[in-house]
Ligand binder design. Structure first.
Ligand SMILES: [Zn+2]
Length: 300
């Protein structure tokens, strides 16, 4: 057993040694958790998070760490619960849409599946990345891939319903979305790519939706006007959540303002996770609204 293994066993066993507030275990007081200056270089991704790092360890012990408090606990649980929520929504969608148009169902399912994949990859990455440098890189790539997939998957039903009666335009925008998404992978999956460039790619992918919106205003059909405007308000809210999340992710607020206060709770990455969940849930309501409004819809 290595020194890190010893540290890890103590971390799990001593999780009872947390400082308590009103009976709740809030801040770990475990000497087994490491600070930023005692973790390997490949483990470091935010110098403003100083405490609460798990020692490098094996699969079994990192799995057990899901239930202990450290600086990744909140990151793991936000996207784990998000993934579970969207699995339920996917099952509901399969039951609810069994009698409806197959393509209408498919556009919603693509969004739900891409969201489940994104949140699942993120949960796995945040749980197991301290295993080794190699595993850390592989899981980080899956995480970046998942974020791209979520953005692209979110646009599929949006474009599908925005141009519901314009088959050629809809196909064109969906193919363009595929090309842009595929084109972003080599940049995002490059380990030498700085975090700010990666964020810029996410924002650019996100802003792709502005083009079909402007186009839709030009070709707008009176029958769909109210539906489209309601969808647009909801999509605006989704964009607000995603862009806010990416800004926190990139600028490292609030831990850049006050180090030590946000090691375990409400760090920028955790706020980014919460924004992605808020954005995905709002997007789900927007898609459900469009989906219900287009049941038995006949294009003139
Ligand atoms: Zn994350």
């Amino acid at each position: 057993m290595t020194q890190d293994d010893d540290l890890f066993t103590n971390l799990i066993n001593n999780n009872k040694n947390t400082k308590t507030c009103c009976g709740c275990h809030l801040i770990p007081n475990s000497p087994e958790l490491l600070d930023y200056f005692h973790i390997p270089e490949w483990y470091k991704y935010n110098s403003h998070i100083v405490y609460g790092y798990r020692p490098t360890s094996n699969f079994k012990k990192l799995t057990a760490s899901i239930f202990s408090i450290h600086n990744e606990t909140f990151n793991i649980w936000t996207h784990l619960l998000g993934a579970i929520l969207f699995i339920f929504l996917f099952i509901y969608s399969l039951i609810d849409g069994s009698n409806n148009n197959i393509y209408d169902n498919l556009s919603v399912d693509i969004f739900l599946i891409s969201t489940i994949i994104c949140f699942s990859f993120s949960t796995i990455m945040h749980t197991y990345f301290p295993m080794s440098k190699k595993i850390c890189r592989i899981l980080a790539n899956f995480d970046y891939f998942g974020i791209c997939l979520l953005i692209a998957g979110s646009y599929v039903p949006f474009i599908y319903y925005t141009f519901y009666c314009y088959f050629k335009i809809r196909t064109f925008y969906l193919i363009m979305l595929g090309i842009i998404t595929m084109g972003s992978f080599p940049i995002i999956l490059n380990h030498h790519c700085p975090q700010k460039i990666r964020s810029l790619i996410y924002i650019t992918l996100g802003l792709y939706g502005v083009i079909p919106i402007v186009h839709k205003f030009i070709v707008m059909n009176h029958h769909q006007e109210n539906i489209f405007l309601t969808e647009l308000c909801l999509i605006g809210l989704v964009a607000f959540f995603y862009i806010t999340g990416v800004l926190f992710y990139t600028i490292h607020i609030p831990e850049i303002i006050h180090e030590n206060l946000f090691n375990y709770y409400l760090s920028s990455h955790q706020i980014f996770h919460m924004c992605t969940i808020a954005g995905a849930v709002t997007h789900y309501f927007a898609i459900e609204y469009a989906y219900k409004k287009h049941i038995n819809y006949v294009c003139s």
